[in-house]
Design a protein around this ligand. Structure first.
Ligand SMILES: Nc1ncnc2c1ncn2[C@@H]1O[C@H](COP(=O)(O)OP(=O)(O)OP(=O)(O)O)[C@@H](O)[C@H]1O
Length: 595
């Protein structure tokens, strides 16, 4: 439960709303208790007057007693109605304050968590699954809200009701109070257990439901694969199996839920019978009036739901505490990609690696071992090598998505860690290996770094990326909206859009991570020659599997198993007759360079 302490800051933030909510609870509870007393008075009045009515049988006075009874009942009826309306009004205000407070806290929490996520390093996102990240910002926050809103509301109502009603009941009759209340603790404990079962089973259903939706989602996204392998029947069978599991779990839940109301109603019945029996005895002894019995029956009914909700509130609090613990786990993760000096000077673009090694903490892989090279500003560097040799890792380090485990990276002779992180990233253009496009227009996807960029700049960037002529063919041009993950574009078009997005920033350093793998060599040459024009006086790093991309660069690094095995210009490496030369020969034979 100590995890819930984290929420105190939110209660403090909304203290006035919360305080007002408690005040409205007190007033509405008073109006909740009042009808019991009115009914007692009404009943006592009727009982007394009926006795008198009978005594004056046959006399004119009898009619006046009849009138008194009738008018008193009408009067009490209106009073009870008025009190019920007032209670309803204050209950409305209770919800308007406390439940609304909980919605505000939910909103704040979601924003706080999302903002925190945005600050966390890439390694955090590698280590935790997207589903887990989403669950904490949605399901867990919702559970915490259930505590801040309904649970707190019912909890406080219960305390106020007990505080006001129990002493009052004892003041009327101790024995009757003790008997009337005796089944209530059993009710509370029973509800607690039933509710835990309900929660357990609901969670199982929830898990099954998410399995079912993941299955369906995958089946729809992979429909082409399913059809081409003629697996439709198998897919239907699998769906039926998952769906059946979901149905069975739902039936189990319905069984437990079905016990909920009989349990409450049964225990209320026991309380009522005890009240009437013990109360009746007291009436016979003359220590209580008939009205008191009626009043007690009402009080017992009033107490039932709050007492039942005690079990419910406890289990909500337990679930909220578990959720808050999970949320706190993520909120306590600190971003270790920080800068102490926070330099914000513009850079020229020279890059130097001094004995850099990197071990990825999550996989334990030594991706780079003792890498040293230097690249003057305005020059181009190609990095070529087998898969998994560490090429993208070099890009990750230059973008400061990760920090080197050993060694130092300098930009313009200054340690990269001294620059303010966003500032240094803003001066770089990065085209990642796996292109990600947002479900937005082409225009907004290209101008992602700054949505105030003018249209001319967007067109200019897409011309350099050799994409403009493609976009012109779309009916909606630059306003064409891309579907989920840009499904309307071909692989090569996506890559070129990603290049346009990177160069529109006019970066001092441009990093293309296998960004031309999905385009043919002719387009590759077009793009590279266009790029070399705009990258004059800017630094470019081209990561590729293809010699055709690498050969245009001023320097080429050949990587193998995280180490540099060759370094030089295209011609010097060809003369060397080493690994680069071998790759060149192989790719020429494959006809990759024919265009
Ligand atoms: N974020 C990461 N967390 C853990 N391990 C990683 C991560 N990124 C890469 N690796 C591992 O580090 C090694 C180098 O990967 P890297 O992506 O740098 O290779 P690459 O040369 O770019 O390969 P490819 O040409 O296939 O893209 C690989 O063994 C890979 O499994």
């Amino acid at each position: 439960m100590k995890d819930l302490k984290f929420l105190n800051k939110y209660f403090w933030k909304y203290k006035y709303r919360f305080g007002l909510g408690i005040f409205f609870i007190i007033i509405s509870t008073y109006f909740q208790i009042l009808p019991g007393q009115l009914i007692r008075n009404a009943l006592n009045l009727v009982v007394d007057n009926i006795t008198m009515f009978k005594m004056f049988e046959g006399l004119n006075l009898q009619t006046s007693f009849e009138d008194i009874i009738k008018s008193s009942i009408v009067l009490y009826g209106f009073m009870i109605l008025g009190v019920a309306l007032l209670r309803g009004f204050f209950l409305f205000l209770v919800r308007q304050t406390i439940i609304i407070m909980s919605r505000h806290v939910e909103y704040d929490m979601k924003n706080d968590i999302y903002e925190h996520y945005q600050q966390l390093p890439t390694s955090f996102f590698k280590m935790n699954s997207t589903g887990d990240l989403m669950a904490r910002i949605s399901e867990d926050v919702s559970r915490v809200r259930m505590y801040i809103g309904p649970a707190v509301m019912y909890g406080i109502s219960l305390i106020v009701l007990f505080g006001m009603l129990i002493p009052y009941m004892f003041s009327i009759n101790t024995t009757l109070t003790l008997y009337a209340l005796s089944p209530l603790p059993i009710l509370s404990v029973a509800i607690y257990f039933v509710n835990n079962q309900v929660n357990k089973r609901s969670e199982e259903i929830q898990r099954q439901l998410s399995k079912l939706s993941t299955f369906t989602q995958e089946a729809f996204s992979g429909i082409r694969v399913i059809k081409s392998f003629s697996r439709e029947k198998n897919s239907v069978e699998n769906f039926e199996q998952e769906s059946n599991e979901y149905k069975d779990r739902s039936l189990k839940l319905t069984f437990v839920q079905a016990m909920f109301f009989p349990l409450i109603v049964g225990l209320i019945g026991v309380s009522t019978i005890l009240t009437i029996y013990v109360g009746g005895m007291e009436v016979i002894e003359g220590t209580l009036s008939f009205g008191n019995i009626a009043e007690f029956v009402i009080y017992v009914n009033l107490l039932t739901w709050p007492v039942a909700s005690l079990g419910w509130v406890t289990s909500i609090m337990q679930r909220a505490a578990a959720s808050q613990k999970r949320i706190n786990e993520f909120l306590n993760v600190k971003n270790d990609i920080l800068s102490e000096k926070n330099l914000t000077n513009d850079i020229e673009g020279s890059v130097e690696f001094k004995n850099v090694s990197l071990k990825y903490d999550d996989s334990g892989i030594n991706a780079l071992k003792n890498i040293s090279f230097s690249l003057e500003s305005g020059k181009s560097l190609a990095i070529i090598g087998t898969t998994g040799s560490g090429k993208s890792t070099i890009a990750n380090l230059i973008m400061r998505l990760y920090d080197a485990s050993e060694g130092e990276i300098a930009i313009d002779g200054t340690n990269i860690k001294d620059y303010q992180v966003q500032h240094i990233r803003n001066q770089m253009g990065y085209v990642p290996q796996d292109v990600f496009l947002f479900s937005d227009s082409i225009k907004n996807n290209i101008a992602f770094s700054d949505n105030s960029l003018p249209m001319e700049k967007i067109i200019e960037a897409s011309k350099v990326a050799d994409l403009h002529h493609n976009i012109e063919h779309f009916k909606e041009g630059y306003d064409t909206v891309l579907g989920e993950r840009g499904i309307t574009l071909s692989g090569g078009q996506k890559q070129r859009l990603s290049i346009a997005r990177a160069i529109i920033k006019n970066p001092k350093i441009l990093i293309l991570d296998d960004a031309l793998s999905a385009v043919d060599t002719k387009t590759e040459h077009n793009i590279l020659s266009q790029l070399s024009k705009i990258m004059e006086n800017r630094t470019s790093i081209i990561i590729s599997h293809r010699v055709s991309s690498a050969q245009l660069a001023d320097t080429i690094l050949v990587l193998k198993n995280g180490e540099i095995i060759e370094e030089g210009t295209h011609n010097s490496l060809i003369d060397k007759q080493g690994a680069y030369h071998k790759l060149y020969q192989k790719q020429i034979k494959k006809g990759d360079m024919d265009d």
